[in-house]
Design a protein around this ligand. Structure first.
Ligand code: ADP
Ligand code: S3P
Ligand code: MG
Length: 167
């Protein structure tokens, strides 16, 4: 089974994917890291060179063409479910889990913004407003996930239990 972790920047997809894969003794794939590997550019450099629309095209292709091991945990980028038919594709091809978190909690997680081009120039107050607006747009996509978990204070053991109850 492939487990796709989705949710807003800072909710802990990359961190939790590693911990969950460790618990399940299976490989972890972070699609942002795969984009960096394949393109030879950081996410910030990719946005700079090709813009957000170039990134979204590349990201969707990476999602759909990656040669996933039969059991794996996949960390997606925060925007991935909200473009093309990516959300439907993940629902057809695996278990989707939305790591849900309030905007204020997300701000407190997003200290290092330079790696995240969409928010790199925002201070805390601007970031809170930006996240509130963006989450409204993105929530209709995220909530198509088969499983929604509260990501605040979530440990990998609780996440594993929630997924096994839901599978
Ligand atoms: N359970 C947690 N408690 C506190 N901070 C966390 C937790 N999980 C992740 N973080 C921190 O929050 C930030 C964002 O985590 P990350 O896994 O990169 O999120 P995402 O991939 O969803 O953007 C990182 O600095 C990470 O160290
Ligand atoms: O939310 C987004 O649009 C993005 C989230 C990032 O991934 P994380 O959610 O892992 O930070 C990364 O894919 C890119 O900076 C765009
Ligand atoms: Mg990540």
């Amino acid at each position: 089974m492939k487990i796709f972790l989705i949710g807003y920047m800072g909710c802990g997809k990359s961190t939790k994917a590693k911990q969950l894969a460790h618990r399940l003794d299976c490989p972890v794939i972070d699609l942002d890291a795969e984009i960096v590997n394949k393109s030879g550019k950081t996410i910030a450099e990719f946005f700079e060179a090709y813009g957000e629309s170039g990134f979204r095209t590349y990201e969707s292709e990476m999602l759909k063409t990656f040669d996933y091991p039969s059991t794996s945990v996949v960390a997606t980028g925060g925007g991935l479910p909200c473009f093309f038919d990516n959300m439907e594709w993940m629902n057809l091809n695996g278990q989707t889990v939305y790591l849900q978190m309030e905007p204020a909690a997300l701000v407190s997680r997003l200290h290092n913004r330079q790696k995240r081009p969409l928010i790199k120039d925002l201070d805390d107050e601007q970031l809170l407003e930006f996240i509130k607006v963006k989450l409204k747009e993105r929530d209709p996509f995220y909530t198509k996930a088969k499983l929604i978990v509260d990501a605040f204070d979530l440990d990998a053991e609780k996440l594993e239990e929630a997924i096994s109850r839901n599978s």
